[in-house]
Ligand binder design. Structure first.
Ligand code: ZN
Ligand code: ZN
Length: 136
């Protein structure tokens, strides 16, 4: 949860800069592979009955190479723009929940450990980046 109190957002807006573990916004290891803290930077502003949150996250994501299945890590930055309706009596908003949904819905990109990855041999399963097998 990244709880933001509506009254803390002044006419100039509010900037936040936090690092949270992925569990802190309700993500589990089954849903996503994040190896670092999640850095969350956001600028929030009240505009015409809404809170607009320009949000930037940065974290190290874990993947498997699409060809050879080797594990690899990539630091990625993603930007989001969220809006929250300022309904009567609303006291706080949860930016963490919005980020959680975006991360879950994002399709994992197909990543390769390197452009020239040779993959694994379909016959013997050897990682051809490490060794050339004897299969024809
Ligand atoms: Zn690979
Ligand atoms: Zn082989």
């Amino acid at each position: 949860m990244i709880k933001i109190s509506v009254r803390d957002i002044s006419s100039k807006g509010l900037d936040i800069d936090q690092s949270v573990p992925m569990e802190g916004i309700g993500l589990t290891a089954e849903e996503v592979d994040i190896r670092s803290l999640l850095s969350v930077k956001a600028h929030l502003e009240k505009v015409d009955g809404f809170i607009i949150a320009d949000t930037r996250i940065k974290a190290e994501f874990g993947y498997f190479c699409a060809r050879c299945l080797q594990e690899l890590f990539k630091v990625e930055e993603r930007s989001y723009k969220f809006d929250f309706e300022l309904t009567d009596g609303i006291e706080c908003i949860d930016l963490g929940e919005e980020i959680r949904q975006e991360i879950i819905m994002a399709n994992p990109p197909k990543v390769l450990c390197k452009k020239s990855c040779k993959g694994i041999c379909p016959k013997c399963g050897m990682n051809l980046n490490i060794e050339q097998c004897q299969c024809a």
